[in-house]
Write a protein that binds this ligand. Structure first.
Ligand code: GLA
Length: 393
């Protein structure tokens, strides 16, 4: 007996049918992600450790044969984009994440068609949980199947879909992000984090059965603004001074001596974050590979050290993230850190089983003392990657 479709799957079908007066050919969905550790290392060719979360974006889709893309999400009317009008900066707004995927697949030489699309999602947007990657990946998987590209069925194909999603975001949306989020969404696996080597995009799956607490600060988070791009440039400038193609090429041994070659003190601190962070990812993956004997104290300490480095050396934290991290630790978390790009968004806390309530209460209290609005919290376990939803009743 099949389980009934999820509420958001049914809602996507209902929205599709109400909008386009016919049923969709199918529904595909893809998760948001949290990064356990390894922040701002993807575009430096380093290692990161993201996992898919249970929150997903669902795309109900039907192929069109007139090279048009029609897309509706809950809050908006139908956006209409011609495949031939898509390119860098066009369209603008949220439809660019959808249109960009069609463009990138076509650029990669695939023969694709237009589509009608209706979207539903419980991935909060602007929360640093990669709602954009979830959107791109759900659409990519739908196009793949409806146009018979044959990529979604194995890991090599999914890598290619992830590359197309990243190109959509880099070139059509104009956000110079790395490839971590799309890899996590398309290649995630329930009960596992992905140890992702961003130089090769090779993945090693690391068991991660723990529950994680996400604290969405609800503070502003936008990657299209200049700060993210500025961090990238500072990393590239440090790599040039060091005579390496990528900061991932720099060894942790003798780092402070090595970094003397970076002339700009700001770029030097950025580089120190990246190189030490890659070291922390390696240590974290080792801790997790201990299976039943995972040392949560050790992992928590690595999380917290990552936060401090992002706060002080990389300077991408903010007061709301710092208070969430400090309050979570004070309330008994093993460790906590900002996750994702920063400048707002979410923090994650590694919490002793049964202690989530106390940690949530501690963070809420700290926010109240600051006069900030109440943060949203989610308890999550590593969820599955993108896939086709069951729509049979
Ligand atoms: C954002 C980007 C990712 C990555 C993180 C920071 O989520 O989309 O590519 O750079 O920031 O680790």
């Amino acid at each position: 007996m099949s389980t009934p479709p999820s509420e958001l799957t049914s809602a996507a079908v209902a929205l599709f049918t109400a909008t386009y007066a016919a049923p969709p050919e199918g529904v595909w969905s893809a998760p948001g992600r949290v990064n356990l550790i390894g922040e701002h290392v993807d575009y430096n060719g380093g290692l990161c450790l993201p996992m898919a979360i249970p929150q997903r974006t669902h795309a109900a889709v039907r192929r069109r044969d007139d090279r048009m893309v029609h897309v509706i999400s809950g809050e908006s009317g139908v956006e209409r984009v011609a495949l031939d009008d898509i390119g860098p900066g066009s369209p603008s707004g949220w439809a660019a994440y959808v249109a960009g995927v069609f463009w990138a697949l076509e650029q990669a030489g695939h023969v694709i068609a237009g589509a009608d699309i209706a979207l539903t999602s419980d991935v909060p947007s602007g929360a640093g949980l990669s709602s954009s990657a979830a959107l791109e990946a759900s659409v990519a998987l739908a196009i793949d199947e409806l146009c018979g590209l044959g990529l979604g069925g194995d890991d090599a194909g999914r890598r290619e879909l992830a590359t197309a999603c990243q190109r959509a975001e880099n070139e059509v949306v104009g956000a110079p992000t790395g490839g971590m989020d799309q890899a996590a969404s398309l290649r995630g696996r329930a009960g596992h984090a992905l140890e992702l080597d961003c130089r090769t995009m090779d993945v090693a799956y690391v068991p991660f059965e723990q529950e994680l607490l996400i604290i969405d600060t609800r503070a502003h988070h936008a990657l299209v603004d200049g700060q993210y791009a500025a961090r990238r440039e500072q990393c590239e400038s440090a790599a040039r001074d060091l005579g390496v193609p990528l900061l991932a090429d720099v060894s942790l041994d003798g780092l402070s001596h090595t970094l003397e070659a970076v002339t700009d003190p700001v770029a030097r601190r950025r580089a120190r974050h990246v190189v030490t962070e890659i070291g922390r990812v390696k240590e974290s993956a080792q801790v997790l590979r201990q299976g039943d004997r995972v040392d949560l104290d050790a992992l928590g300490a690595l999380f917290t050290a990552s936060h401090v480095s992002l706060r002080d050396d990389f300077e991408v934290s903010c007061a709301e993230l710092d208070v969430a991290v400090e309050a979570a630790i004070a309330a008994g978390a093993f460790g906590a850190r900002m996750t994702g790009g920063g400048f707002g968004g979410s923090a994650i806390a590694l919490v002793r089983p049964g202690r989530s309530g106390a940690v949530v209460a501690g963070v809420r209290r700290a926010y109240q003392q600051q006069g900030w609005k109440r943060p949203r919290t989610f308890r999550v376990k590593a969820g599955a990657g993108a896939g086709r939803d069951d729509t049979s009743e």
